[in-house]
Design a protein around this ligand. Structure first.
Ligand code: SAM
Ligand code: DTB
Ligand code: SF4
Length: 341
């Protein structure tokens, strides 16, 4: 029987970087069962389908951000009632990472509410990277825009991943953020690559965007010169006091379609079911894992909002027969290990 999803579209052995909008749209809108079958087929070719990678987040610098991202609790442009705080001490960050490791996380992601890091913060950031790596965990940071110099310093300190999301389509970007451009995001992503770090880049669904915006975002990600190793797909967590607080909820099936289409277009990337899991049923998450999501944030807190927590996730994993993914051999050694630069 002929599947509505053309086999040739998803059977390529190596990742493609020449996706057209039409091809991506055809996948996204295919009959749901065909799309999920194709996504699960691609998933099994590249990953253990019953393992999920676990990352843990920490907000190392909270609130008071100069950017005006319409979804964010941490923007100084919105009155969300969030208390701003200074950059955390290195020792406290390493202590938190130690607890996360004990609870099973293999990657530690440190986020700062900055437009970009300042020079005076770089020594502390380097100390955090070195301290967390010393525990044998992979490291990730998300600090806003980077200069070439910042990117090189972070890579030299051994930072494994840099998270920098494009968040939505280029066309919808200025409906959500006006203090920077889509191109600014792409420029930082290129600096991260040039410095030799792995890229974590995805977006947020449910911000009032259309289906075409979700498809276009995936086309941008898939047509980057190298696919991001990690692709976080967040479901908007509505925050009181932000412009997006009252936006209509996204249809669950649209969310799962986006995950499945991402899995097919970015076949070797980890697709992370990121923010918004506290609002998802177990069944929705199960569908997302079937569609190819194979990474989550663990612990009871993301940056400023809640997350299911280890007990709830442990119960879900047990029901689904999913196991935490161990660190691959040699991982957590840093982008520049054994490198002169
Ligand atoms: N300031 C840095 C930046 O914007 O790149 C790093 C921190 S920022 C909070 C990291 C990402 O979190 C954003 O790009 C966005 O994708 C996600 N995020 C922030 N608030 C969110 C919300 N309310 N719901 C879902 N995702 C959110
Ligand atoms: C990403 O894509 N999602 C994470 C991480 N990268 C930094 C952040 C989610 C934040 C959710 C809202 C909050 O907790 O403030
Ligand atoms: Fe600042 Fe990042 Fe929040 Fe935007 S998403 S307001 S840049 S912390």
């Amino acid at each position: 029987m002929q599947l509505a999803v053309d086999r040739t579209t998803y059977s390529a052995q190596s990742p493609r970087h020449d996706w057209t909008r039409e091809e991506a749209q055809a996948l996204y809108t295919a009959p749901f069962n065909d799309l999920l079958f194709a996504a699960q087929t691609v998933h099994r070719r590249n990953f253990d389908p019953n393992q999920v990678q676990m990352s843990r987040l920490l907000s190392i610098k909270t609130g008071g951000c100069a950017e005006d991202c319409g979804y964010c609790s941490q923007s100084a442009h919105h009155s969300t009632g969030l208390k701003a705080s200074k950059l955390m001490q290195v020792e406290r960050v390493v202590e938190e990472a130690r607890n996360a490791k004990a609870a099973g996380a293999t990657r530690y992601c440190m986020g700062a509410a900055w437009r970009e890091p300042k020079n005076r913060d770089m020594d502390a950031l380097v100390g955090m990277i070195e301290g967390v790596k010393g525990l044998g965990m992979e490291t990730c940071m998300t600090l806003g825009m980077l200069t070439d110099h910042d990117a090189t310093r972070l890579a030299d300190a051994g930072l494994d991943y840099y998270n920098h999301n494009i968040d939505t389509s280029e066309a919808y970007y200025d409906k959500i953020i006006t203090t920077r451009t889509f191109q600014d995001r792409l420029d930082t992503l290129e600096r991260v690559r040039t410095a030799g770090m792995k890229v974590c880049c995805g977006g947020i669904l449910g911000m009032g965007e259309g289906q075409g915006d979700r498809v276009d975002m995936l086309v941008t990600l898939a047509n980057l010169a190298e696919h991001p190793e990690s692709v976080p797909i967040n479901l908007l967590v509505p925050i009181e006091g932000t412009p997006l607080a009252k936006v209509n909820k996204l249809d669950t099936i649209e969310f799962v379609r986006t995950i499945a289409t991402a899995r097919i277009m970015l076949p070797c990337s980890y697709v992370r079911l990121s923010a918004g899991r506290t609002e998802m049923t177990d069944e929705m998450q199960a569908l997302c894992f079937f569609a190819g999501a194979n990474s989550i944030f663990v612990g009871d807190k993301l940056l400023t909002t809640g997350n299911p927590g280890d007990d709830v996730d442990g119960a879900l994993f047990a029901r689904l027969g999913i196991a935490p993914m161990p660190l691959p051999a040699g991982a957590g050694q840093g982008a520049r290990q054994g490198h002169d630069g």
